[in-house]
Design a protein around this ligand. Structure first.
Ligand code: KG4
Length: 352
């Protein structure tokens, strides 16, 4: 049996074909970054319209690259939360259409579960573990008891780290998306030497807040609130200090969470997991604590449909099957205890 994965939560349209054993036959990602860059961020309406034209082509390309046809597909998996609702509706409508047309079972997937399981595609994940999803819209740390059993331990109270990278890049006059731009701009400046507020505030009980550090960068660049306006030559150092503070806060919280839950394995995923400083800092802190840190390769950190196919397969194997009436949502439910309806005969659409 093969699964067709479909992803459209934000600004990447993607499709993938995976075997029942988890072997990836194809993965196609069409990024919309070029179209949103002019606006300095993702424009939801534009993103939805672009999914409409990109997604069917992604599915065709993924099938062609796998050497398979729709007749070979036995399951359709689609991300249905969290994300931009208009974008989610495009992917979910396509998946439901295919499911109905071909009488295939459908499984809707929490995008964050997909990100967590992207670590499982490089090698088997070890459990129990602690894992973070750090992206443009999400900042969550989970305790993992098994591939489908996650408990939310910490989250952000405002921005996600990717969003903070994007906003800081804008302040520094760097292009969108800001993460890779800040990463490159800060290269060679190590810690940068600027004392910035940590996103890990003791008053938030282990949660994160990125508003203080973002504002501090703005004040340095503009010379506001009693600060001297920084000359442009010092901006790469400021970017390095911002990146170090974010990497330090995320890594410290992950190691603390692993210590508190008594596990040795730490994983990160999502676009920000591509950040070199974060990867290095986490490796170092985990090693000091006698723990093991791992992360997916860079392409799997970004939004993709392979991780959705993987999560869909596991959910389906555990008895989950989604109805055609299942809605999309901007919010994740992962870690608040998954309560999914189980339909015994997944191919009988009359029962759903
Ligand atoms: O997971 P993702 O592809 O999409 C979602 O947001 O769901 O993540 C995109 C985010 C963007 O905010 C981007 O700036 C950030 O990940 N990002 C990075 C890096 N590469 C991408 N942030 C920091 N360092 C990077 N190297």
């Amino acid at each position: 049996m093969l699964v067709l994965g479909i992803e459209s939560t934000c600004d990447e349209s993607a499709a993938a074909v995976m075997s029942e054993e988890g072997g990836l036959l194809s993965s196609v990602v069409r990024s919309q970054i070029g179209s949103h860059a002019a606006f300095g961020g993702v424009v939801p309406e534009l993103a939805s319209r672009m999914h409409l034209s990109y997604l069917p082509a992604c599915v065709r390309e993924a099938l062609a690259a796998s050497g398979k046809s729709l007749d070979d597909i036995g399951l359709v998996a689609v991300s249905s939360r969290p994300g931009l609702v208009g974008c989610l509706l495009v992917g979910s409508t396509l998946a439901k259409g295919l499911s109905m047309l071909l009488s295939l079972p459908l499984v809707t997937v929490d995008h964050l579960l997909g990100h967590l399981l992207s670590n499982d595609m490089a090698g088997d994940m070890a459990f129990p573990c602690v894992a973070g999803v750090f992206s443009g819209g999400n900042c969550n740390i989970y305790a993992g008891r098994s591939r489908l059993d996650w408990e939310l331990l910490a989250r952000t109270r405002d921005d996600a780290p990717g969003e903070a990278f994007d906003k800081v890049a804008k302040i520094l006059g760097l292009p969108y998306p800001g993460g890779p731009a800040v990463d490159a701009f800060a290269a060679g400046h190590d810690g940068g030497g600027f004392a910035l507020p940590s996103p890990l505030c003791p008053s938030l009980g282990g949660d994160f807040s990125f508003s203080g550090i973002k504002t501090a960068v703005l004040y340095h660049v503009r010379g506001m609130q009693g600060r001297v306006q920084l000359p442009k030559e010092q901006w790469p150092g400021l970017a390095a200090s911002f990146q170090s503070a974010v990497a330090d806060a995320l890594s410290r919280r992950l190691v603390d969470a692993a210590r508190e839950t008594g596990c040795r394995h730490i994983y990160i995923s999502g676009g920000v997991a591509a950040n070199r400083k974060l990867r290095d800092t986490l490796q170092m802190k985990a090693c000091e604590a006698g723990m093991l840190a791992a992360f997916p390769g860079i392409p799997l950190c970004m939004d993709n449909a392979a991780m959705i196919a993987r999560a869909g397969l596991l959910l389906h194997a555990s008895g989950v099957c989604s109805g055609l009436d299942e809605d999309v949502s901007s919010r994740s439910e992962l870690g608040f205890v998954e309560k999914r309806p189980v339909t015994k005969d997944c191919t009988d659409r009359s029962k759903i």
